[in-house]
Design a protein around this ligand. Structure first.
Ligand code: HEM
Ligand SMILES: *[C@@H]1O[C@H](CO)[C@@H](O)[C@H](O)[C@H]1NC(C)=O
Ligand SMILES: *[C@@H]1O[C@H](CO)[C@@H](O)[C@H](O)[C@H]1NC(C)=O
Ligand SMILES: *[C@@H]1O[C@H](CO)[C@@H](O)[C@H](O)[C@H]1NC(C)=O
Ligand SMILES: *[C@@H]1O[C@H](CO)[C@@H](O)[C@H](O)[C@H]1NC(C)=O
Length: 327
């Protein structure tokens, strides 16, 4: 039997449910936290410009699966598969080592204080600001999950083939509006995607044996060269025509029918989303302002399960007392 006081200690160290998030959460406990994250992001951007977009994407893939709880960052263990092998993640999510580097710096400065879930939120904000987008205050105070769910990741994360009406319904499940969907898709203003994600629309859209008719023919020719039928699915192309700058060119490209992913172009094809695409293509300030609001909403998705502050973002902290007792 486990003595009661140990049960209590374990409970105290893991309980977290729905913490109140707020700006400046680490002001007293780790005053340099935000500048540490920023500096590591800046260093990595210089080394490899795409890395900041790859890290920025983590906020979407973390927050949609059981809330923003760092579950995405867990590696597989013998008893639990992580989310990294999930359908939308495998051979696709990258730059986990940037988060490792941030975490290592933070553990040096203030051990055991800053959660991996919060690192993702800070780093995503920094990726946008460092590439020319807006800056905003992020709310912090998240805990890291004790588990991951590849099943949930597979059930939730959308395919690049998705159309706007499917995506509207998906985002609604997270209380995110049609506007949030269009705005957050504007994240594809930075970064790259694989041929694997677009070959169906180049050669066999919806099983038609034909390309997606919503694509500018000149653009299609270019993509056909980049991604020939039967070619290497891991070759990457730019998500918009200015892939290292966070701007509204993504929306201008959609209007010009030069969206990379089907899920992007469909936002212009479908009437429910088209108005927002047009608006943001003409008004970058409106896009930036809306982007801040939607990223905060995305970051507000919380886990209601117990959490902790991981020492290493890839593994749940070991619980020696617990293990000894159970052995
Ligand atoms: C609306 C539904 C979305 C779909 C269907 C979608 C799908 C995708 C796909 C298929 C890729 C490329 C994967 C590959 O080919 O390996 C990608 C890349 C990316 N996504 Fe999304 N995404 C969506 C929303 C978002 C959101 C909400 C964010 C951020 C808040 C985001 C941020 C990114 C970024 C930054 C990249 C580029 C990553 C890199 O260069 O490594 N996406 N997305
Ligand atoms: C959108 O995608 C969903 C799910 O794949 C499909 O059932 C639906 O028919 C599509 N809608 C349109 C209008 O193409
Ligand atoms: C969406 O909002 C409703 C009503 O406020 C709430 O009950 C529900 O938990 C929210 N869903 C998510 C995923 O946040
Ligand atoms: C296109 O997709 C359909 C349905 O998935 C499939 O039956 C067909 O064989 C594909 N055609 C080609 C040329 O790949
Ligand atoms: C991409 O590369 C990975 C790892 O080398 C490989 O396992 C995978 O099959 C490749 N994917 C595609 C679509 O070619």
């Amino acid at each position: 039997m486990i003595p009661l006081f140990i049960v209590f200690v374990l409970f105290m160290s893991t309980v977290s449910s729905a913490a109140t998030l707020r700006p400046g959460f680490y002001k007293e406990t780790c005053p340099d936290a935000e500048s540490i994250v920023r500096n590591v992001m800046r260093k990595n951007m210089i080394k490899e410009p795409r890395s900041v977009s790859s890290v920025m994407r983590f906020q979407f893939h973390d927050c949609f699966v059981n809330g923003c709880d760092g579950s995405l960052l867990l590696d597989d263990t013998p008893t639990q598969k992580g989310e990294k092998q999930g359908l939308s993640n495998v051979n696709s999510l990258r730059s986990f080592e940037v988060v490792d580097e941030v975490k290592a710096e933070l553990e040096k400065a203030c051990p055991g204080i800053v959660s991996c879930a919060d690192i993702i939120i800070m780093a995503a904000r920094d990726a946008v600001a460092l590439t020319g987008g807006p800056y905003w205050e992020v709310k912090l105070g998240r805990k890291d999950s004790l588990s991951a769910s590849i099943e949930k990741a597979d059930a939730i994360m959308p395919s690049p083939r998705a159309n706007a009406s499917f995506l509207i319904d998906l985002f609604a499940k997270f209380n995110l509006s049609v506007k949030d969907l269009v705005v957050l898709s504007g994240s594809h203003s930075i970064g790259q995607a694989r041929c694997f994600s677009i070959v169906f629309r180049l050669y066999n859209q919806s099983g038609s044996g034909k390309p997606d008719p919503a694509m500018d023919p000149k653009f299609r020719e270019k993509l056909n060269k980049l991604c020939p039928l039967g070619g290497d699915g891991n070759v990457t192309g730019d998500l918009d025509s200015t892939p290292t700058i966070f701007d509204n060119v993504y929306f201008k490209d959609l209007v010009a029918r030069r969206g990379f992913l089907n899920s992007d172009q469909t936002l212009y094809t479908f009437p429910q989303t088209r108005g927002y695409v047009t608006l943001f293509s003409q008004d970058q300030d409106a896009f930036f302002k809306a982007f801040i609001e939607s990223m905060i909403k995305l970051g507000d998705l919380q886990s209601d399960e117990p959490g902790e502050i991981r020492k290493n973002c890839r593994v749940v902290n070991s619980r020696p007392v617990n293990l000894r007792l159970e052995a």
